[in-house]
Design a protein around this ligand. Structure first.
Ligand code: FES
Length: 145
């Protein structure tokens, strides 16, 4: 082996440092890239759940259904069905229906929401998110978004 074919100590260390830096860069950047651009697209994000037959709901009758593990309150108003996220915007209690007031009520701190999901009394700071509702073949279908 002549002098040019032998790898010098300095060249070896240069390659070692470069390899270490490359390994570090891949280990650091790959998770960031996979977070920003997920490897695969998720399936349809809109889910539909049946709340039952429309003719089984009396006027102002309500029902809580679960969509994706989250409670949703479905209300039959004289104008049709409405549905709102049933998690209070104050501290996250499950809301219910106050039949006397015709309002959505939170039992934890006496928060109330009107039939449009807007807070009207108590501490809730924001309105409840509304879900789409459709009656198809007599069945009340509630959308996840
Ligand atoms: S959690 Fe609903 S009013 Fe406080």
């Amino acid at each position: 082996m002549n002098e040019e074919q032998r790898i010098s100590r300095r060249t070896f260390l240069d390659w070692l440092v470069a390899g270490g830096l490359l390994t570090w860069a891949v280990a650091f950047v790959a998770p960031v890239i996979s977070y920003v651009w997920p490897a695969q697209k998720r399936g349809p994000s809109v889910q539909t759940v049946s709340a039952g037959k429309a003719d089984e709901f009396a006027e102002w009758q309500t029902k809580i259904v679960a969509i994706g593990g989250h409670p949703v309150i479905v209300i039959r108003t004289p104008q049709g069905f409405r549905a709102f996220a049933a998690i209070c915007t104050h501290l996250g209690c499950i809301v219910g229906w106050d039949a006397a007031r015709h309002q959505i009520a939170c039992p934890c701190h006496a928060g109330f929401f009107d039939i449009n999901g807007r807070p009207v009394a108590g501490p809730p700071p924001r309105q409840l998110a509304e879900h789409g509702v459709a009656v198809v073949n007599g069945e009340v279908l509630v959308k996840s978004a």
